[in-house]
Design a protein around this ligand. Structure first.
Ligand SMILES: [Zn+2]
Length: 170
């Protein structure tokens, strides 16, 4: 049902380019299996070093989106954090809940129910939702104006009921 989804309701289709746009920013739909296969192929080459590459991709997207939508909608720090969580759910990244946000201390924590990244990946000994971890680290780093560390201490891929990500200034 699109009516409860503000992102899909505002999504524009540029038929000539085959482009999907939200607020003039291009997005693409991609199957989680595509990303999970890519992730495993990179891990085969780099081991845990692959995590940082996916994280960096997410970080860039999160930084750009946070900047863009803060400008477009005139959001405060708190509103930007809530907007990104809501948008994450509306673009299918799982049901994201901000569990802790303290701008003064430079702390942000979130919980993800039904992460498509974990579901597509299968079992793992460490967290696999590096894109989400990166997006919110990018957002947080922009708000705190500092480098941050981001840790997924619980992940469905590790056998937990939901994913949990903790971000704090480095
Ligand atoms: Zn996860």
């Amino acid at each position: 049902l699109i009516s409860g989804n503000s992102i899909l309701a505002a999504l524009k289709f540029d038929e000539a380019r085959g482009a999907l746009l939200y607020q003039d920013v291009r997005y693409l739909l991609i199957r989680p299996e595509t990303l999970a296969t890519f992730q495993k192929a990179v891990e085969e080459k780099l081991g845990a070093g692959a995590d940082a590459l996916l994280f960096t991709g997410g970080f860039t997207g999160g930084s750009l989106s946070a900047q863009r939508y803060r400008e477009v909608f005139g959001l405060s720090d708190e509103q930007a954090v809530q907007f990104m969580a809501r948008m994450g759910a509306e673009i299918g990244w799982g049901n994201i809940t901000i569990t802790h946000f303290d701008a003064a201390r430079g702390e942000l924590a979130l919980m993800i129910d039904s992460s498509p990244f974990a579901a597509a990946y299968g079992k793992s000994e460490r967290g696999v939702c590096h894109l989400v971890r990166g997006v919110f680290a990018g957002l947080a780093s922009g708000i705190f104006r500092r480098a941050v560390v981001a840790d997924e201490d619980k992940c469905v891929a590790m056998g937990h009921a939901r994913c949990h990500i903790v971000i704090r200034v480095a």
